[in-house]
Ligand binder design. Sequence first.
Ligand SMILES: Nc1ncnc2c1ncn2[C@@H]1O[C@H](COP(=O)(O)OP(=O)(O)OP(=O)(O)O)[C@@H](O)[C@H]1O
Ligand SMILES: [Mg+2]
Length: 314
Amino acid sequence: MITLQGLTKRYGSQTAVDNLSLTIGAGKVTGFLGPNGAGKSTTMRMIMGLDHPTAGQALIGGRSYAELAYPLREIGALLDAKAVHPGRSARAHLRSLARSNGISVRRVDEVLETVGLTKVADRRAGSFSLGMGQRLGIAGALLGNPGVVMFDEPVNGLDPDGVRWIRGLIRGLAAEGRTIFVSSHLMSEMQLTADHLVIIGKGQLITETSVQQLIESSSLNAVRVRGPEQAGLQKLMDQLHEWAVPARWESHNELYITGLTVDRVSDLAFEMGVRLHEVRSIEASLEQAYMELTADSVEFGAASGHQRQPGAGA
Ligand SMILES: Nc1ncnc2c1ncn2[C@@H]1O[C@H](COP(=O)(O)OP(=O)(O)OP(=O)(O)O)[C@@H](O)[C@H]1O
Ligand SMILES: [Mg+2]
């Protein structure tokens, strides 16, 4: 379990992390989301004792990083994949980490196997590709068999096979009861990997929610209705407008209706004698729900053009 209590970090006049208080629980994957510059990496660095909080504290199982006798046995993290001496082999790097944390060197070969680096274990880490470097960083994080694992954008630079591998690894670690805290900008990946989400913007907590709850809260969830008779659809549309239910034409034979269930829409069409060929629920993606929620917190967005949002109400 990770606990943040009023965690704050200021760099000069800028507040990178602003009074964050939350608990990241065990046995699930908590995704850490937020626009560029939101303060995710800074928060993670403070949890790892690499940055000193201006105020508040970050605790791992109730103790700060500095209080842990053998930190790698409590918390493993992949923060900056390039934080390895380039002249050292992967094996030598992991061995020195193991020795400094009272971990058996036999564990080195196990984690090399876990991350698929056994064959290149004696090559200089400096010659590793981005993806191999990520794998080595993950091996280091897992070395002490820690109960808390933290990854900052672990899928950056990984090929599709690597992305799938990390997804499985992360899910597996959570299933073993560990606390997993992972940042990412890849919403499609987070939708598949995370159970719970912590979303920050400009250093502050925007929301803490389950992935499912966030998706359900999106205004882009809709019921898609398709029918062969435009006049019938128009009748349905008029009724919805009368009731102030948001609905719009998607094409000449399709409507998108927001705020009613598939059952309700089907019954309504039946009662009104409107012939339909399809009534289907369209669920917003995590990306859409996230974009709606964080629209006001993006600091470094491009000058925005009009974005069409499928399923948006009238
Ligand atoms: N060492 C530092 N000195 C000064 N400012 C810093 C330092 N580290 C981070 N910041 C600032 O703190 C803010 C938060 O940065 P941080 O790297 O934590 O964001 P992030 O959420 O990880 O962003 P990204 O998604 O781009 O990785 C930024 O405005 C950044 O410029
Ligand atoms: Mg970052």
